[in-house]
Design a protein. Structure first.
Length: 224
């Protein structure tokens, strides 16, 4: 399969564990520099540390917001977004209010995303909307993608990796079908090997969120 860019540039090299240490975040950044990944993806409290470690490089910083449940208030998500952007995040991966979506609260979900997009835009940052596909039926997945587009997001993203399931090829294909080439699609959650990465890209993923990025890159060397 012909890739649209080098494999390393698909990766948001990720560490979101609750017990992540400063030493582990430093290692994440060093690996991102060594492999020239597109970005690191971290909790908002780690953004400033990553900014320091990645200073002068072209490795970007993505911060998760409202993570992993999406159930905090919009104002809270906006505040966390602005804090992360001030600390150096150029991408915000926000979790939608899943309960609101499932009970028909489209207006709430739309406003929730819109406000985060507006807050990020003040800092020239983009927003990826995590819709948590494992908790949605196909109709809800479509609706979440449509609301994300209307709200001005740059990406729709499959999963947090902290719920009942992660990315699937079927969900990536569905999301790509809904957003066309107007938004990008990020596959994240449970992606741990080269073959799965390639399957996600084939299905339409523009970006891969993974903690196993280094292992995948090492495996890719024997696949050429």
């Amino acid at each position: 399969m012909n890739l649209s860019k080098p494999l390393n540039k698909y990766f948001d090299h990720t560490l979101l564990k609750a017990d992540a240490s400063t030493a582990q975040i430093d290692t994440l950044c060093k690996e991102a520099l060594e492999y020239d990944f597109y970005s690191v993806c971290v909790n908002s409290c780690n953004v400033a540390q990553c900014s320091e470690q990645l200073k002068g490089s072209d490795v970007k910083i993505a911060a998760v917001v409202g993570f992993p449940l999406g159930a905090c208030t919009t104002a809270t998500k906006v505040f966390e977004t602005e804090e992360a952007c001030k600390d150096g995040a150029s991408e915000i991966d926000m979790v939608i209010n899943i309960g609101a979506l499932k009970e028909g609260g489209e207006d709430y979900v739309l406003k929730d995303i819109k406000e985060v997009v507006k807050a990020a835009a003040k800092y020239d940052s983009i927003v990826k909307v995590i819709i948590e596909t494992c908790l949605l039926d196909d109709e809800e997945k479509r609706l979440a993608c449509q609301l994300s587009e209307i709200a001005g997001a740059a990406f729709v993203k499959t999963s947090t990796g902290f719920s009942t399931g992660g990315a699937t090829v079927e969900d990536v294909a569905l999301m790509r079908e809904v957003v066309g080439d107007r938004l990008q699609v990020k596959a994240s959650g449970g992606i741990r090997d080269y073959d799965t990465v390639m399957a996600m890209i084939k299905a339409g993923a523009d970006r891969i969120g993974a903690s196993a990025s280094v292992a995948v890159m090492e495996d890719s060397k024997s696949r050429i």
